[in-house]
Structures are given as C-alpha cells and as structure tokens.
Ligand binder design. Structure first.
Ligand code: GDP
Length: 182
C-alpha cells in the first residue's frame, strides 16, 4: 500500500495545475510529469483531461489580453488536449510553482534545470505547465476547471484524513483516495 501523505501538522493547501498541450501530446512526457507530481509528495485530489475552446482560453487568460503573446497563448492552449489537476500539499501553491520553474523556458534551464519547464518546455509560450499564483487564484481556477468540486467542503470533510496519512494512490483513476478505516 502506497501512502503518500505522512502525518503533517499543517493543513494541506489546494492548487490548480495544468499540463499544457505541448506535453499532453507526448505520452512519455505526460507520464514523467505525472510521476514528478507523485515524487514531490502532492496528493492528487482531482485529475481530468479536457479540450479547451478558444473562448475558455480567452476568459482564463483575460488579464493578459493586452500582452503581445496573448493571441499566441490562446491559439496554443486551444490547440489540443490539456490535463487539469487539483493538487494538495502543505503550501501547494508555492511548491507547485517552484516545481514548474520560471515562466520562460530558457531562463528555467539556466536557473532551475531540474524544474518541469526546464526539462520539458519548448518555448516561452509552450512551457508545459500552469499553476495558480496565489490561494485566491487557486480557488477561482479550481472552480473554473472543476465546477462540481467544493473546496470548502473538501477542506472540512476530507483534508484532516488526507493530512493524517490515510490517502492511497489509485493508479487506475490517477488520483489519491482515502483508505477505509481498519
Ligand atoms: P506563469 O504564471 O508562469 O504561467 O506566467 P504568466 O501568468 O505571466 O503567463 C501566462 C502564460 O503566458 C505563460 O505560462 C506563458 O505560456 C505565456 N507567456 C508569459 N510571458 C510570455 C512571454 O514573454 N512570451 C511568450 N511567448 N509567452 C509568454
């Protein structure tokens, strides 16, 4: 039995992570990324593959609508399947962003060669992954991708059990689930 969460004293935080189309197009890369999530002690609370319409991309990246890369970004993000995760960990927002590395792939290769963007990214647009940049963005972005997921309810009813180490990874569903009490 694989228990990913040990006993932790601090509450788990949730974040939204995306794997972008450049990586999802390559099954081996996708496997490597998924394994990195597990190796870095995140619990996978939700995981789903989806295709994004252009309007969804425009809405999601509205804050960048005046930037020179906006059109390119929208084209790219709607060009193929994405994978969306809700990840849990102590300080999940910061840990996931650290694991992704800097936005720009060439900078990532220079300053954070072990990061996901350094290892798998192709260009500044096709940079493999997205992660919420604050707890507030995480709430908004989780609701965007997982409208049926109630983060407050999860924190109340499931977080304590996940934190105390009663979560097991289910490779078939690619998520962690609580073990039955013995
Ligand atoms: P993130 O939080 O690290 O993803 O960075 P941002 O929120 O600033 O940007 C959102 C996404 O826009 C990035 O992940 C890139 O895909 C893209 N992007 C940001 N800056 C640039 C840039 O200078 N050039 C290009 N081509 N794309 C960029």
């Amino acid at each position: 039995m694989l228990l990913t969460t040990g006993r932790l004293s601090k509450a788990l935080q949730l974040t939204l992570a995306l794997i972008k189309p450049d990586a999802v197009a390559h099954p081996l890369m996708m496997e490597g990324l998924h394994q990195s999530i597990l190796d870095n002690n995140f619990v996978i609370v939700r995981c789903k593959d989806l295709l994004w319409g252009r309007q969804d991309c425009e809405r999601f990246y509205a804050e960048h609508s005046e930037r020179f890369f906006y059109r390119r970004l929208v084209e790219f993000m709607s060009s193929g399947p994405l994978r969306a995760y809700i990840l849990g960990r102590e300080d999940a927002v910061g840990h996931w962003r650290e694991l992704m590395g800097p936005t720009k792939v060439f900078r990532a290769r220079y300053t954070s060669p072990a990061s996901l963007r350094a290892r798998f990214g192709l260009t500044d647009t096709r940079n493999t992954a997205h992660g919420s940049d604050s707890a507030e963005s995480a709430q908004r972005e989780m609701a965007f991708f997982f409208p049926d997921f109630d983060a407050e309810e999860w924190m109340r009813s499931e977080e304590p059990a996940f934190r105390s180490g009663r979560a097991r990874y289910d490779p078939r569903r690619r998520v962690h689930a609580l073990c039955a009490r013995s």
